[in-house]
Design a protein around this ligand. Structure first.
Ligand code: SF4
Length: 253
């Protein structure tokens, strides 16, 4: 069976949601929040592409890039007076703030970019395939030595607490895929969260984390094989409230 990182995340949120999204093929419209995250990601990919070729853009250029991606198809009048979404104007301002902070941080310490937004496709568990993309693989300097860093760029709202970083699912997947693809161990893992301009560095994962990941993929595949798509029990109903399938879902709370 083949899984993308997104599919694993959705299954973790609610197996029934996975079924609606990936097996029943109900098409859903991308939320504005998702478009916002995708726009930020596109700007960061563009930025690191420039860094890789040795031409760091100016702040004015990166702001212009952000504007051209996020406000695509709108004119100035629309942008100023768009009230179609409650949070639209807040997002406009927050987006520039986030891009500015990202720019200030990574122009100071861009490192040497080896890989930017590169796909991977690796075997896992009992004959399954895991697909995704490396955000950034770069060389950074530490204590007069050069280290290979897998940098995960986070555009979502979730920022792992310090205690959870060492077993973070995304970092585990990136580390696992790097070892399978390049047959070497990275020197360090890191994530950058746009939400609060945080960068955290952790040591590479340990074998027990990969074992856990493999077990999780095997279990998910087995649940899918048996067709056991139970709705996620969520006392606060938060998952259901923000789910795209509330209108069709029998398990909705
Ligand atoms: S509405 Fe709730 S139970 Fe139904 S698919 Fe969405 S998250 Fe799962």
């Amino acid at each position: 069976m083949e899984f993308t990182i997104e599919e694993l995340k959705v299954f973790g949120q609610c197996p029934l949601k996975y079924k609606y999204g990936y097996m029943n093929d109900y098409k859903y419209r991308k939320s504005r929040e998702q478009e916002y995250a995708d726009s930020i990601r596109s700007v960061s990919t563009w930025f690191f592409d420039n860094v890789r070729t040795g031409s760091i853009p100016t702040k004015r250029e990166i702001r212009k890039k952000w504007g051209s991606i996020w406000h695509k198809g709108k004119d100035v009048y629309d942008i100023l007076f768009d009230t179609s979404y409650k949070y639209e104007r807040r997002r406009n301002i927050k987006g520039v703030e986030k891009i500015d902070k990202f720019y200030d941080r990574f122009t100071k310490t861009p490192g040497t970019i080896l890989i930017n937004n590169y796909p991977f496709d690796v075997p896992i568990g009992n004959g399954h395939i895991l697909k995704g993309r490396f955000d950034i693989i770069r060389e950074v300097e530490k204590n007069n030595s050069t280290r290979i860093e897998l940098l995960n760029l986070r555009t979502d709202k979730y920022v792992p607490y310090s205690r959870l970083r060492e077993r973070d699912l995304l970092l585990t997947i990136h580390d696992y895929a790097y070892r399978k693809t390049f047959e070497q161990i990275p020197d360090q893992l890191a994530y950058y969260a746009f939400k609060n301009d945080t960068r955290a560095v952790i040591d590479p994962m340990r074998p027990k984390h990969f074992k856990k990941l493999e077990t999780m993929v095997n279990n998910i595949a087995s649940i899918i094989d048996q067709g056991l798509f139970f709705p996620r029990f969520d006392e606060e109903h938060k998952i259901c409230r923000h789910c795209d399938y509330t209108t069709v879902c029998a398990g909705r709370r």
